[in-house]
Write a protein that binds this ligand. Structure first.
Ligand SMILES: Cc1ncc(COP(=O)(O)O)c(C=O)c1O
Length: 456
């Protein structure tokens, strides 16, 4: 029999709420409707990037400007922004120090394939902050992951990587493998894929050390790549001791451990890694590391560097390594990164983010409980998420099952109509250094109103 409810809410009520909110959105965005409602001319499918159509609204609004935690559209609407560019602006839109660095660099050349003074500072700052001695700069977290995995395979001489079911590490082909009924399968939807990725990648559930041990026992895994908290499906936190277990098992198997902190940098100035004393062989951070200017960093240990030197000594000097992209480590990115690391990602900023995110999480949980909805709230530092299913979630399979797309779409649109923007692909709400108490209160009130409306 077909389901009649989702996340404890009837499908009828979800559809009613969505219709009401859709009309409200259209009424509040007449100018955007005129300019984007029929697609933006010149772009395939009407948008510069296809995921701009994945938001809950019937058509995207045009952004006029954004500053701190506030975003304005061309229709005169103002939003408390809890999406923050899906973490790209985790530290607020145009932090003054980053804007000043960009202005300074803008008149001195933007890219020349040579280091500037900022590179000297960034090298020191990365070593100090993340406690790894060797770093490289790339342009996206996807690139950084791809390059780090390449190095892992080169230094171990092993062909495979291992991912956790439900993971996301950017558009790195080998990570697009899922578990379906205990079998590894290529993730559906990957366009133009001609190789069977399951030949390159092992996949096991998060929080299952026995499965990890069995997968590593084949002796062919170069690297385990993971976020310390799975953030890209519904949020899955590590069970106590789990990440220590991952470290022990990878070491015993001669497999490198890559921690991707691109989202979990929400935890603190040194990411989840520093806050929880993790000991990765490789570390990746993208998106917010240059305050929203495209840039990423990847670092590794002395041991990896020593092995990399040995491999490079045997390869053709000057040959193509498979790592690159011309604009990586450009002068503008390094100027923005230096400003971000020195002046924006500060202890003080994180104290504010942590405190206010705690307030937000408690407020949302109270609303869930008072409406008796079978939902829960999860949090990793400044990143808060409501999940329309009971929790906590244990692994990727549970996280996928917890998704309630139609229900989430109605909630997202209703929040937006109440002046709160949250991330489109998950139910993520980020608190940045500029987020105010009143913005958090606005989101809590909006969320309560929507929860009540869905209960009617
Ligand atoms: C954990 C993680 N790693 C890597 C990426 C890829 O980042 P980018 O799209 O900037 O390459 C993402 C993107 O959401 C991510 O969540």
């Amino acid at each position: 029999m077909a389901a009649t409810s989702l996340g404890g809410v009837t499908l009828r009520r979800i559809a009613e709420v969505f219709e009401i909110e859709k009309r409200r959105y259209v009424d509040a965005h007449p100018r955007s409707l005129q300019r984007t409602g029929h697609g933006i001319a010149g772009f395939y499918d009407g948008v510069p990037m296809h995921w701009m159509k994945d938001w809950s609204m019937p058509f995207p609004f045009l952004v006029e400007s954004a500053q701190g935690a506030t975003l304005r559209d061309i229709d005169g609407n103002e939003y408390a922004d809890f999406c923050l560019g899906d973490t790209g602006s985790m530290f607020g839109h145009s932090p003054p120090a980053v804007a000043a660095a960009i202005v300074r660099q803008a008149t001195q050349g933007l890219t020349y394939m040579l280091p500037t003074d900022d590179a000297l500072a960034v090298g020191r700052l990365l070593v100090e902050r993340f406690s790894l001695p060797h770093w490289q700069i790339a342009t996206t977290a996807t690139d950084a992951n791809r390059f780090a995995l390449r190095v892992a395979r080169a230094v171990t001489g092993r062909p495979k990587i291992l991912v956790f079911n439900g993971c996301y590490h950017g558009s790195v082909d080998e990570t697009y493998v899922r578990l379906v009924e205990q079998r590894a399968v290529n993730r559906p939807g990957l366009l133009g894929q001609t190789t069977d990725l399951t030949q390159l990648t092992r996949v096991v559930e998060f929080n299952d050390l026995a499965a990890l041990q069995a997968a590593l026992a084949h002796g062919d895994v170069a690297c385990v790549i993971t976020e310390p908290v799975l953030t890209n499906s519904c949020m899955v936190l590590p069970a106590p001791g789990y990440l220590d277990g991952v470290r022990q098992l990878t070491r015993a198997a001669g497999t490198l451990l890559l921690i991707d902190e691109t989202h979990t940098i929400s935890t603190g100035p040194g990411g989840y890694t520093r806050a929880h004393g993790l000991e990765p062989d490789m570390f990746v951070l993208g998106k917010p590391v240059a305050g929203g200017v495209p840039a990423s960093v990847w670092g590794f240990t002395d041991e990896v560097a020593r092995r990399l030197d040995a491999v490079r000594a045997q390869t053709v000097p000057g040959g193509h390594t498979g790592m690159g992209t011309t604009l990586s480590a450009n002068a503008l990115a390094l100027a923005a990164m230096r400003a971000t690391l020195e002046q924006v990602m500060t202890d003080e900023a994180y104290r504010h983010m942590e405190q206010l995110a705690g307030v937000l999480a408690r407020g949302l949980q109270d609303a869930v409980e008072s409406c008796r909805l079978p939902w829960h709230v999860a949090r990793v530092g400044a990143r808060v998420e409501f999940i329309c299913a009971p929790g906590p979630l244990l692994n990727g399979t549970q996280a996928e099952a917890a998704h309630a797309p139609a229900l989430e779409q109605a909630i997202h649109l209703a929040l937006l109509n109440r002046g709160c923007l949250i991330a489109p692909f998950h139910n993520m709400m980020l608190v940045c250094p500029a987020t105010t108490d009143s913005q958090v209160a606005r989101l809590q009130d909006a969320f309560s109103a929507v929860a009540v409306a869905l209960r009617d």
